[in-house]
Design a binder for this molecule. Sequence first.
Ligand code: NAD
Length: 175
Amino acid sequence: MVDKVRGLLVGRMQPIHDGHMDVIRRILDEVDEMVIGIGSAQLSHTLKDPFTAGERTMMISKALTENGITPNKYYITPIQDVTRNSLWVAQVKMLTPPFEMIYSGNPLVQRLFIEAGYKVTTPPLFNREVYSGTEVRNRMLKDDDWKSLLPSSVVDVIEEINGIDRIKHISKKEI
Ligand code: NAD
C-alpha cells in the first residue's frame, strides 16, 4: 500500500472566502489529502473572530462540497491557540492526522513549522486586497457587497446563524 501525502493548511477562516478556496484547490493538486486546521478555535463573538469553530466547520465543509471537493479528500480539525508559540506545532500535531507538507502565507506559522523541521510552501495570494477576512468583515459592517467574496453556501450559513446581526451588534459602543 502506498502512503498518502497529506498537506496542512491552518487558518482562522473568519469566514472562509474565495481566496482560501483558491489555495485549497492548489494544494489538492499537489497532495492526496488535505488537513484543514481551524485556527484560534476558542475564539468567537469578536469583530476579528466573529464565528465559532463549529460554525466555521460548517462553512468550510459546505464550501468544499459546493466546489466539488469530496469528504475523502480532507479532514477538518479545530485547533485552539496556546500561549507559548514554541509549543504550538506540537499542539497542531497532537490534534491533526499525520501530514508532511505545510502551506501558509502567515510568517509566524511559516517560522514555527520551519524551526520544527518541516518544508513550508507559500501559496500565491489570490487578489488579497479583496479576498481577505478583514475586507469581508468590514463590508459586513458597512452593508457593502460581502456576498460576492464568498462561496454561496457560506453566505447561506452566515444568513442561517444571523451572522450579520451578530457582527453589527458586537460593534456597537455602549453609551
Ligand atoms: P487566515 O484565515 O487569515 O489565512 C489562512 C491561510 O490562507 C494563510 O496561509 C493565508 O496566507 C491564506 N490566504 C488568505 N487569503 C488569501 C488569498 N486571498 N489568496 C491566497 N491565500 C490566502 O488565517 P491565519 O491568521 O493565517 O491563521 C493562522 C492561525 O494559526 C491563527 O488562528 C493563529 O492564532 C494560529 N497560530 C497560533 C499560534 C499559537 O497559538 N501560539 C501560533 C501561530 C499561529
